[in-house]
Design a protein around this ligand. Structure first.
Ligand SMILES: [Zn+2]
Length: 82
């Protein structure tokens, strides 16, 4: 429900998908380095209301990166068969 709503939220400046920071209750645009506040559960998608991120802001690595992306080595088709 809520996550579905957040999926369609894009930056009003550059139209990039926004990153939801649950702890800060902000929506982050990494490209513009802007943080849009969420007030009472309502994202404020106004550039004037956005907070500028400075370089000292911690940029957490994207979570949920699948670790099972390793592909098995392709075996030659029957070449090693004796
Ligand atoms: Zn943006």
């Amino acid at each position: 429900m809520e996550s579905r709503l957040l999926e369609i939220l894009v930056c009003p400046v550059c139209k990039s998908p926004l990153r939801y920071e649950r702890q800060r209750q902000e929506l982050i645009c990494r490209a513009d380095r802007l943080a849009f506040p969420i007030r009472d559960g309502v994202p404020v998608m106004l550039e004037d209301e956005a907070r500028e991120l400075d370089d000292t802001d911690p940029a957490p690595a994207p979570a949920g990166t699948p670790q099972a992306a390793a592909t098995p080595p392709a075996s030659p088709g029957g070449a090693t068969r004796q």
